[in-house]
Design a protein around this ligand. Structure first.
Ligand code: CA
Length: 626
């Protein structure tokens, strides 16, 4: 009899050979036992283990310790799986608890299950919010901190930096090495694209085709290193947001070789059926059932099988997996990929369980549509037309992203130009909490903002200034601060270009400034100044947003909190423009002076002010000269 402790790193396979009377060999194994570990003092005392191994269902599991009770032993179609419902005692102590597997009265297998002490503050931990700015980065493309993990014999795809869609060697160590850069720039949260194992033959550097939910990809590092990243980031005042995919997996996921049930996947064993991506069908009073089903159950792409979260074991698995990573790595929040694509009722259960365990956690869902009605539907507190209940705190603000670009690029008219940006904010009545939306100018799935703005530097500064002063929690895509672009192509491999300086021998280095153009350095300094000022402004973090209807190419809005007032003035005109501050007196109140937060110049508001063409000015208002 061999007893072992399952470490997150070394998922060991245990073989015991028993000879029956006829001398036929029978192998029993535990190949997977998940969650890998658990914690005491969780809000729920229930835990369901998925155990996978050769003929495991032919064995009877037993736990003799009184603090863990096996409530149910669930068998499914595939005899290589067991789902154990466990009940943990309120007083259960951290330690290893033996789960023994018997055949008749003979102990065949044994596994010591680890219960840890829950982190003292995890239930009350704060999450990302309006005071934060999120730095979104693609780990394979940010910095290669450990060349020894670039290639891995066990994993299918080897590194090749010349391939746009290949693996370039960036990793967790690369992020750790550059945390001080992110801190000094003024970012406060990091959202890396997913880093769990994607052992696909090709094109999986992005991380969205999971092949193991409990293992960090060895080309990025290890579970332990991911935890270290979170710890090191926190020491620099940076939170770590984990990117989670609930909708699909990679077709090389280990489940695919031995599926637990015949309904684990949608369209399992059927001809490939893709989603039509028509999210409108979920809410459309005129939609057919066929269209609704096709949206949720169709596969995202042929290499990404669609998970059927209506299967209760899978649903529990996904919920526990998210809880596991939050607790294991002390995460500051969650971003959910393709949020609307999984089963809707599952999303209610998933968001409820996560927020029951972590009442303050922020979770942002990706619902890629420019229609605010569809985005607002998913946010917690929204009164929905079909009484759907969601516990999702935040949603990505795709409508504002599009309106920001249109607002600045389109010629002003009755219905185009700045009016589009104004309307996007006016649409906030549809959201339960517009201040908790995550705002952005671009992300890893679209053209870089500098390219979207046709490399117009004045517009770039306007967009970034707007993003960092309007309501919401801004997210900035890595490289935006040095004007990274993808001119002439929409290739995602180019959009997610290697960050200069992340690789030994790079000719330019954004971390040190070496080899950057004057314009890149100006952009980086601009962002640094703005981000660090933003850190100090409660009006921006939590102040009320009030805006005036745009007029003659001028758009003015305020952020106000207690005694702090910030006035933001956007001049879209291609010539310097004079404004009369009396037009904004109702918000200026008794503030007589303003200080430009970018230049630190102070001036009187009791006079017309000449605004530089195509610029955004951010003014901290004062009753007295400072
Ligand atoms: Ca590497």
């Amino acid at each position: 009899m061999k007893t072992f402790t399952l470490s997150p790193l070394k998922l060991m396979s245990l073989f015991i050979v028993i000879f029956s009377g006829s001398l036929q060999a029978k192998n029993y194994t535990i190949d997977h036992l998940e969650p890998l570990s658990w914690w005491n003092k969780m809000q729920s005392n229930k835990l369901q283990l998925m155990i996978h191994g050769q003929d495991i269902s032919a064995l009877t599991p037993k736990i003799t310790h009184p603090d863990i009770t096996i409530v149910n032993v669930n068998k499914v179609t595939n005899g290589n799986y067991l789902f154990l419902d466990l009940q943990l005692a309120d007083t259960i102590k951290a330690g290893e608890y033996e789960i023994a597997f018997y055949r008749k009265n003979i102990k065949i297998l044994s596994h010591n299950y680890l219960i840890n002490d829950r982190n003292k503050n995890s239930a009350a931990a704060t999450s990302f919010n309006g005071k934060d700015v999120i730095y979104l980065l693609t780990p394979d493309r940010f910095a290669n901190g450990d060349v020894s993990n670039d290639n891995n014999k066990v994993l299918k795809e080897q590194s090749n930096r010349t391939k746009k869609g290949g693996r370039h060697g960036g990793d967790i160590q690369g992020i750790i090495n550059n945390l001080s850069y992110l801190k000094e720039m003024g970012f406060t949260q990091i959202w890396p694209n997913p880093m769990i194992e994607n052992n696909q033959a090709n094109y999986s550097y992005h991380g969205y085709s999971a092949t193991d939910f409990y293992k960090i990809d060895a080309r990025f590092g290890s579970n332990e290193l991911f935890k270290t990243l979170s710890k090191q980031a926190q020491l620099q005042g940076l939170g770590l947001i984990k990117d989670v995919v609930l909708n699909h997996i990679g077709d090389q996921h280990w489940w695919l070789k031995d599926l637990p049930t015949n309904d684990w996947l949608n369209f399992q064993d059927k001809t490939y059926t893709g989603t039509h991506h028509k999210r409108e069908s979920l809410h459309d009073p005129h939609a057919t059932e066929k269209d609704k089903t096709l949206f949720s159950d169709g596969w995202f792409v042929p290499s990404m099988p669609d998970l059927n979260q209506r299967n209760k074991y899978l649903s529990t698995y996904l919920i526990q997996n998210t809880l596991w990573w939050i607790e294991y790595a002390n995460l500051s929040g969650i971003r959910v990929d393709t949020y609307s694509y999984p089963d809707k009722d599952f999303l209610t259960d998933w968001t409820k369980r996560i927020t029951d365990e972590y009442p303050n956690i922020n979770i942002v869902g990706e619902e890629w549509t420019t229609n605010p009605a569809h985005v607002a539907y998913w946010q917690r507190g929204k009164k929905t037309h079909d009484n759907y209940v969601s516990y999702l705190p935040s949603v990505m603000d795709f409508p504002l992203q599009a309106s920001l670009i249109n607002g600045l690029k389109n010629q002003d008219s009755w219905s185009t130009g700045l009016i589009q940006l104004y309307q996007a904010i006016a649409n906030d009545f549809q959201y339960a909490d517009p201040y908790n939306l995550v705002t952005f100018a671009d992300n890893h799935d679209m053209s870089r903002i500098y390219t979207q703005l046709d490399e117009d530097f004045a517009l770039y500064k306007m967009v970034m200034s707007y993003l960092l002063t309007t309501r919401g929690i801004p997210q900035v895509f890595y490289g935006t601060e040095i004007l990274m672009s993808n001119a002439g192509t929409e290739d995602h491999g180019v959009i997610r270009t290697d960050f200069p300086g992340g690789w030994l021998g790079d000719t330019s280095n954004a971390f040190t400034g070496k080899g950057l153009t004057a314009k890149q350095l100006t952009a980086q300094q601009y962002m640094k100044k703005l981000l660090n000022w933003r850190k100090t402004s409660k009006a921006i973090h939590q102040g009320k947003l009030t805006h005036f209807a745009p007029n003659n190419g001028i758009y003015v809005y305020f952020r106000t909190f207690e005694t702090e007032t910030v006035m933001i003035v956007m001049n879209k005109n291609k010539e310097d423009t004079l404004i009369n501050t009396n037009d904004y007196q109702s918000l200026i109140n008794d503030n007589i002076f303003a200080t430009d937060v970018m230049t630190n110049e102070s001036f009187s508001l009791n006079q017309p002010i000449l605004l530089e063409k195509q610029s955004v000015k951010i003014w901290q208002l004062n009753k007295n000269v400072e």
